[in-house]
Design a protein around this ligand. Structure first.
Ligand SMILES: [Zn+2]
Length: 294
């Protein structure tokens, strides 16, 4: 591990520091959350792979791409812990018992993500190789849940509820980046070519289809190719927070990493700034749309 990833002595306490939240100065009834861009690697996390492979699991700098969202009216929540450490977009029982050094104290229900090695605790790299070289201690994993998963999900719930209580509606963008081609651990399989942007609304169950259509139209106006619910429909955060029948609208955005980064070296390309500018305009347009809708 390099100094950038931190040492045991520098281990962050997390808890309230598991996330950053920035309120909009002039808030629209909307919130953006980036659950996978955290890059503070705690000292108790030891991966069996080189840093460049490990960091390929991050939705690299998606938080930075949306950093100006509060200036445009969006509240912004970003995780600080890495998704390889614990994934806030998974169920708490989505765990492979084979990863553990002992019995888990509650019933487990490993789902398809765990079978791909990307459940609550990540077990595989992007190309399907083992990420870990030892069993994980049950007590350590319970501490990760208490210090990272729960604070993140709690603040996400509280902020969305507060907006909904005030306006009777809330719009939520759950933002990610995706590898530019499919891999052994993605639904579309190795080598599958991807569009620039994939919107996911759980087939219309996590937000009003008009909202999905509006965001798709805005993204296409920038010149991006867009697909909806293919290959990504959305995951646990959308399932828990999106309910259009209650005027709770959650939409997932997956951005192709080749738009802004070199995936082999984990560095920004000349595409980073244009994408950042376009996303700022997108947030501005969504904020205006949500203000008109309440
Ligand atoms: Zn992600």
């Amino acid at each position: 591990m390099t100094a950038e990833l931190g040492t045991a002595e520098e281990r962050p306490p997390f808890g309230d520091a598991a996330y950053d939240f920035r309120a909009a100065a002039d808030p629209a009834p909307m919130l953006i959350d980036s659950p996978h861009s955290g890059r503070v690697y705690p000292g108790d996390f030891r991966a069996a792979v080189p840093e460049v492979v490990l960091r390929g699991a991050e939705d690299w700098r998606v938080d930075d791409l949306f950093a100006e969202a509060p200036e445009e009216g969006a509240n912004l929540l970003t995780a600080r812990f890495p998704r390889a450490y614990i994934d806030p977009n998974r169920r708490l029982d989505d765990i492979d018992p084979a990863l553990l050094d002992g019995p888990w104290p509650e019933p487990l229900n490993p789902g398809p993500k765990t079978h791909l090695g990307i459940g609550l605790f990540r077990a595989r790299t992007g190309d399907g190789k083992p990420l870990l070289d030892r069993p994980l201690a049950v007590a350590d994993l319970q501490a990760r849940i208490a210090r990272c998963w729960k604070p993140y999900r709690r603040v996400l719930r509280e902020k969305l509820d507060a907006i909904h209580a005030r306006h009777g509606a809330v719009w939520h963008l759950n933002v990610h980046s995706m590898k530019s081609t499919g891999t052994a651990i993605t639904p579309d399989g190795p080598g599958a070519e991807r569009v620039d942007m994939v919107l996911g609304d759980l087939e219309g169950r996590s937000c009003d289809p008009d909202f999905t259509a509006f965001v798709a139209e805005r993204l296409r106006a920038f010149g991006y190719s867009v697909s909806v619910n293919d290959p990504y429909k959305g995951a646990e955060i959308l399932r828990c927070h999106g309910d259009p029948t209650e005027n709770r609208h959650s939409l997932q955005i997956e951005m192709k990493r080749a738009l802004y980064m070199d995936e082999a070296t984990i560095t920004a390309t000349v595409g980073f700034e244009p994408l950042r500018r376009n996303l700022r305009q997108l947030v501005s347009a969504v904020a205006a749309w949500t203000r008109r809708a309440i």
